[in-house]
Design a protein around this ligand. Sequence first.
Ligand SMILES: CC(C)(COP(=O)(O)OP(=O)(O)OC[C@H]1O[C@@H](n2cnc3c(N)ncnc32)[C@H](O)[C@@H]1OP(=O)(O)O)[C@@H](O)C(=O)NCCC(=O)NCCS
Length: 312
Amino acid sequence: MNRREPLIRKMTLDDLDDLYAYASVDGVGQMAGWKPHESKEESQKILDMFIGHKKTFALEYQGKVIGSLGIEQYNEDHFPEFADKKCRKIGYVLSKEYWGQGLMPEAVKEVIRYLFEEVGLDVIFCGHFLWNKQSQRVQEKCGFKHYAFDTYETKVDTTEEDEVNILTREDWQAESVVIRDYDAFDRNEIMNLYTSVGWTNYTDHPQMLEKAYMNSLCTLGAYTADNSLIGIIRAVGDGASILFIQDIIVLPEFQRRGIGTALLRAIISRYPDVYQTELMTDNTDKTIAFYKSLGFTPATEFGCLGFMKLNT
Ligand SMILES: CC(C)(COP(=O)(O)OP(=O)(O)OC[C@H]1O[C@@H](n2cnc3c(N)ncnc32)[C@H](O)[C@@H]1OP(=O)(O)O)[C@@H](O)C(=O)NCCC(=O)NCCS
């Protein structure tokens, strides 16, 4: 096989020559805390360990193995606050010949997808020595965020200053959120959203909620890569003189990641010529800051006052 695209697969005994070829080059392993392999026998031992422990993937490209990605334990002693979460750490190395083509970020993203979607992790750790700017860039490109500075005991008995980065499942999912029309009303998923933010005036009246959805002007949903609905925005009005934002909800665990802003921008962009866009919201610092950041002005500043009559 002579694949042109990078492929993540299990290591096999046939990979010995390729492993030795990149792991024996000076200046590669040192960046990850190990010395260049001095002989094929040494590479054979490492390969046997990779295969036996089943925690290391091969990165195959153009028909040969050019690197590896390992799934390891994170330092549980240093980070006990993650004890109730399912976490692992990713490590990686790439043949020097192939640096600078974006191959490792692509491979790491694929391993991240596997770890969140198929293994069901909550958090992925990834670290780099402070001076290893190349690895720092890989982690930035893959969405990891700074968590702590730490020390790392290398395989050659030295201690390195390490930056520890993490990627949470929610941050990863939020990165890949898409917004699209919500047109097939599903009572359970909608009730789940409204319940999550405690909007009982809707959840106590599910038939009103369903009718409201049927008669709305426009409803958009925010979906994760695995197609779960994590946010909604619903507008009523005539779409010419008035667009009234009736509901906007983002599941609490996905809030503060820009999804509410994206939903609001998306619905407004559907009606670029509408005369006035209105909404009624709780009078809290959080909501005021949110709507002001999107260009809304309190009605009182237009010399207006909102009135309401509730059918209780
Ligand atoms: C870290 C490593 C996997 C990066 O893989 P990669 O596929 O080259 O990653 P990228 O192509 O995205 O390049 C990352 C950064 O490396 C730097 N870089 C690229 N080509 C380079 C080269 N030939 N020499 C030195 N640095 C280079 C650039 O700063 C680049 O960032 P940019 O894209 O913003 O300019 C690779 O350098 C490597 O295997 N290093 C040795 C092992 C190691 O450090 N492992 C991680 C331990 S934490």
